[in-house]
Design a protein around this ligand. Structure first.
Ligand SMILES: [Zn+2]
Length: 322
């Protein structure tokens, strides 16, 4: 569905087949030169959806703004970037997107998860079906790097780049200060809590994320255009809910740690998950990955806050309450 949100701003819901997120909101700002914000997976269903939106709007070439490195946001970059197109992303996520198109990124990420206790034996089936790997862009992209405060102008909007790391190390939003509109990517979602997961260049992603929420919470936003779900009109209420969610999660993880030493992979199955599986064994492989990533980010937060101890044993990290 293509929906006009404001003057020259359109939202296209792009299907994400067989994915719990179900849809991505791609935003198109129509102007002399138009801007596409996020693309969907590198899958034909996503490409068709975007092409039909472009046809409906009479748009041919676009510039692209990629909020972050996840493949449901950048999978089709190379299919929609024409020779004259500029493709904007933060330096960090731009580099990770290009690095992620090769196998080295994924094997390094595997090693990182193994360091936190994820069983090496499970990796074949996990990473092979990881949607980020399966539907990534796959080609090198020449990014135009954007940093905090850089301004992009499209369709009568003056969009400032806002660095909002946490969900990914180089996650970026776009903000029109005068019209009080924020294109938030996956920073704040209405119905689900964005996955906060360890990444190659982020040791403490939950701290980064909470700092990003605090920073954006200071901004005057009338309309938050999120990359999944409906638009959010009371951003600060949602920020309070997300902060409370992570506070509760941190308390839950401390309770699970109890008095013993545990790895993140031992903590994850004991956390509460909003998923229709009775046991950890029933979790689909990618969900085990995301759950473990969440456990890691909360344990690392506790460790860097001095609330948990971390010890390296046989090449892996173990945690206990401080
Ligand atoms: Zn994401």
């Amino acid at each position: 569905m293509l929906k006009q949100i404001a003057e020259n701003i359109y939202r296209k819901t792009v299907p994400l087949p067989h994915n719990p997120l179900r849809e991505l909101n791609a935003y198109i700002i129509k102007g002399e030169k138009s801007l596409l914000i996020d693309t969907g997976f590198n899958r034909p269903e996503c490409e068709e959806a975007l092409r039909s939106a472009f046809d409906e709007l009479g748009i041919d070439a676009v510039d692209l703004f990629i909020t972050h490195l996840h493949s449901d946001h950048c999978g089709l970059v190379s299919k929609f970037a024409k020779e004259q197109s500029r493709v904007f992303a933060s330096e960090t996520d731009g580099e990770l997107i290009n690095f992620g198109s090769g196998n080295l990124y994924w094997s390094m990420l595997d090693e990182l998860f193994i360091k936190f206790g994820f069983p090496r034996a499970d990796f074949g089936r996990n990473t092979d079906i990881h949607p980020g790997r399966q539907y990534c862009n796959g080609e090198m992209v020449k990014f135009t790097t954007v940093a905090e405060g850089d301004v992009l102008e499209y369709g009568g909007y003056r969009l400032e780049a806002v660095a909002a790391p946490g969900h990914t190390p180089g996650h970026m939003c776009l903000y029109d200060r005068e019209k009080k509109i924020l294109f938030g990517g996956d920073l704040i979602l209405g119905t689900i809590s964005p996955n906060i997961c360890i990444e190659l260049c982020a040791e403490n992603p939950l701290r980064d994320y909470l700092e990003s929420l605090a920073k954006v919470g200071q901004m005057d936003v009338r309309l938050l255009l999120a990359a999944h779900g409906t638009e959010i009109t009371d951003m600060n209420a949602r920020i309070r809910e997300l902060c409370a969610h992570h506070e509760a999660r941190l308390a839950e993880v401390q309770k699970i740690l109890g008095s013993g030493w545990k790895t993140a992979y031992m903590v994850a199955p004991e956390m509460n998950w909003d998923i229709s599986c009775r046991t950890w064994e029933e979790f689909p492989a990618p969900q085990k990955w995301f759950a473990t990533g969440e456990a890691i980010s909360h344990l690392q937060y506790l460790y860097f806050a001095g609330k948990a101890q971390r010890e390296e044993r046989e090449g892996g990290y173990w945690f206990r309450n401080a």
